[in-house]
Ligand binder design. Sequence first.
Ligand SMILES: [Zn+2]
Length: 455
Amino acid sequence: MKKFFILAAFALSATFAYSQAKYVFLFIGDGMGFGAVTLTEDYLAACDAKKTGSGTLTFSTFPVTGFATTYSASSFITCSAASGTALACGSKTRNGRIGMNEEATANFTSIACRLKENGYKVGISTSVSIDHATPAAFYAHQPSRNMHYEIAQDLAESGFDFFSGAGLLNPQGKDGKQENVFDRIAKNGYTVVRSLSECQTSTAPKLLLLQPENKPPKAYPYAIDRESDDYTLAQTTSIAIEKLQNSKGFFLMVEGGKIDWASHSNDAGCMVREMVDMSDAVKVALDFYHKHPRQTLIVITADHETGGLNVGTSAGSRRDIAGLERQKASEEKLNRLLAESISYSTLKNWLVDNMGITIGYSDEIALRSLLAANVKDTPANDDDPFTLKKADPVAKDIMRMVSAKSNGRYSTFDHTGTMVPVYAIGEGSELFSGKIDNTDIPRKIAKAAKVKWVE
Ligand SMILES: [Zn+2]
């Protein structure tokens, strides 16, 4: 009999181990695979002057870890639209769709909408444009991720409480002749603010925080290229919490959108800084969790892996992880430089100064043959400026060489189909352990929040 009571008590505690996740954070590292996590922690160790070992991202020591499959309805290798839809709405769709089924005949309901209907306030935050695929999947329903104007219209209709991102890509449509979507956003009660201080002091009930108008709407600058007045994900996460906190709870999705972009460029030095930037934002959420440990759930995952990043090369043990720390500029800056007329000597000096590398004999051969295959006219000597047919592929190939010097070996410039990590802490976090699918994540969040999931 005694044994029965012990077993019953155990079963009861297993079933009701958590009360209710009232404050829910979902961080999505766009393109963040296990390679990105590992290389960033190696980089953090190198920053601490360690010759080997591992540094620690804020979230990698969370008590619950798992891994998620990411395939879409149309491919083993997903895009951010299909995986964003899976993470937001708990259903698979084909690549390119936002919050809709494969045939684009029906809308899905996102976890953000489900929680909003249950009294939670909702915030959606990213380091890229707010109409980009991942954030859009939480509030929009469109057949194509490229329908930025229509996605922005859905944002205006969402009723969500807080948005932050770089800007809107096509506020007057692709032809620039449509009704300005900012008018519709204002009509629906949103205040658009374009500085952190203005956002902090605003008492408006619904806010859209964007970069100042003199900055591009496409994305925040890379962390590695950041100026003092640029936003960080930690700053916008902190403001989002201030704006969303209320007695009924909130859901905040934060996307580290440029981990993916740096990985598409095979730029490991830039990617690790984006990882640290998201880790700093998670730290803000973690501080909040420590104040409300029995009511807060934090989940970290990725929508897919990008770049096929492998930590190791054929000369692995001799590679120089500290080179990542010496890198001072992104592929984006290199790309801009290569789009101009430039001499070999200037380029070589720029790479040494900004990429923190030495250029040895075999690097010289590789660099010269890469340029020779891409120049419009062959220069007379190393000081004679040349122009490239296309700067972008050359910049990416150079970054692939630079990254490999620090053990970051990329296998593709695109997404891969490998599983991605899941980390969780707080109320209901135990639901996220083991092998799961990306569509399970919003369903488990609903379960942790004690909100019924009706199909
Ligand atoms: Zn991508």
